[in-house]
Design a binder for this molecule. Structure first.
Ligand code: 3PG
Ligand code: MG
Length: 403
């Protein structure tokens, strides 16, 4: 895997894939609630620019819906405010193109001077970026490739996606891995190469279908898996518990059952919440109370781990020698429902060993809770990407950088 230092970037247009997929305010104001991924992207942008490159940043934001560029652009989210924040943090002007591969992008790309930085609009506004059709992605990659003379992938958080800007584009240009991608891969390699035991994995977050598949494979690596956050409700439902209006992926229940049986067979301890904070509805000020998982009210929604669960998880982390934590334990963005995530974060920070926090949301949580980032061994910018790496999967974005 080549690094930036192997490229001659002076005076050349570099298409840089960054992960600027920052969390936006949950109540819909569009405000950037954590700029961690923007900050993590700064070193490589600065480095390329300092070396005289003409930097064209490609990035996605959210999962825009719609069949065409126009529909997606109308629905958003636009990368424009993110580009604005990037410029502020970088301390230099950043140009913005209002499309991805159209006239604005073309005009922007070909008028850049040495050391200039530009950001193209949300690459997922082009449906071909994420198309399941290989030919569509390849054709879109060709349209992007004409803007650049070199390609650098620094978007660690997206290397598990077989998307045009991640997978097809590098094949069309001389390419290298950015420093962030290289650093992240180095830490993950450490986790998978004879980790000190017990190795405890904490999984939370609200995208259970993204994560259920990987748990099965983590059973071969971890000694103990603690499940919390939104995904826990599917596990609890699989055990026959009422979960009220909590996030639930009912179609995943059979897969959850298989994972639970497999854990038992392999002697991996799978730990679920024993109590929860249940609210009347999803709002920062919703009325709420602590309930045992055995007695969840049918008209309430789970928002956080309860106090007995927090103590249980802390106990299960206390003797760990290696920890990987992905996904918050509750809706930490709302202070009333942040205690579970804080308890997990504190327990992880007390561990005497290698601790890796994976994922945009858990990393954002650590900062939102005002915790000291240096109390953790490594804070990864990639959630799904680090999980899939741990799973032993071949990641399309890394494979594309290999040759
Ligand atoms: C992330 O947020 O995990 C990465 O930016 C990838 O985004 P995605 O899960 O929407 O593909
Ligand atoms: Mg994510």
């Amino acid at each position: 895997m080549r690094s930036i230092d192997d490229l001659e970037v002076l005076g050349r247009r570099v298409l840089l894939r960054s992960d600027l997929n920052v969390p936006l305010d949950l109540t819909g104001t569009g405000e950037i609630t954590d700029a961690g991924r923007i900050r993590a992207s700064l070193p490589v942008i600065s480095k390329l620019s300092d070396q005289g490159a003409r930097v064209i940043v490609l990035a996605h934001l959210g999962r825009p819906a719609g069949a065409t560029f126009a529909e997606r652009a109308a629905g958003g989210p636009s990368l424009r405010p993110v580009a604005g924040r990037l410029g502020e943090l970088l301390g230099r002007p950043v140009a913005f193109a209002a499309d991805v591969a159209g006239p604005s992008a073309e005009q922007t790309a070909f008028t850049l001077g040495d050391e200039d930085v530009a950001v193209l609009e949300n690459v997922r506004f082009e449906p071909a970026e994420t198309s399941k059709d290989d030919a569509e992605r390849a054709a879109f990659a060709q349209r992007l490739a004409r803007f650049g003379e070199l390609y650098v992938d620094d978007a660690f958080g997206a290397v598990h996606r077989k998307h045009a800007s991640v997978y097809e584009l590098p094949a069309l240009l001389p390419h290298a891995a950015g420093d962030l991608v290289r650093d992240e891969v180095m830490v993950l390699r450490q986790l998978t190469t004879d980790p000190a035991r017990p190795f405890v994995v904490v999984l939370g977050g609200k995208k259970p279908s993204d994560k259920l598949a990987v748990i099965g494979n983590l059973l071969g690596l971890a000694d103990r898996i603690l499940v919390c956050g939104g995904m826990a409700y599917t596990f609890l439902a699989a055990q026959g518990y009422e979960v009220g209006n909590s996030v639930l992926e009912a179609d995943q229940i059979p897969a959850v059952k298989v994972v639970m049986e497999e854990a038992q067979r392999r002697g991996v301890e799978l730990v679920l919440p024993v109590d929860l904070v249940a609210a009347t509805h999803f709002a920062p000020d919703a009325e709420h109370s602590v309930v045992p998982v055995t007695d969840f009210p049918a008209d309430r929604e789970g928002m956080d781990a309860g106090p007995r669960t927090r103590a249980l998880f802390a106990e299960k982390l206390a003797d760990a020698k290696t920890v990987f934590w992905n996904g918050p334990a509750g809706v930490f963005e709302f202070p009333a429902f942040s205690a579970g995530t804080r308890a997990v974060a504190e327990a992880v920070s007390r561990v005497n060993g290698l601790t890796v926090v994976g994922g945009g949301d858990s990393a954002a949580a650590i900062r939102a809770l005002g915790m000291d980032e240096s109390a953790f061994g490594h804070i990864s910018t990639g959630g799904g990407a680090s999980l899939e790496y741990l799973e032993g999967k071949t990641l399309p974005g890394l494979m594309a950088l290999e040759d």
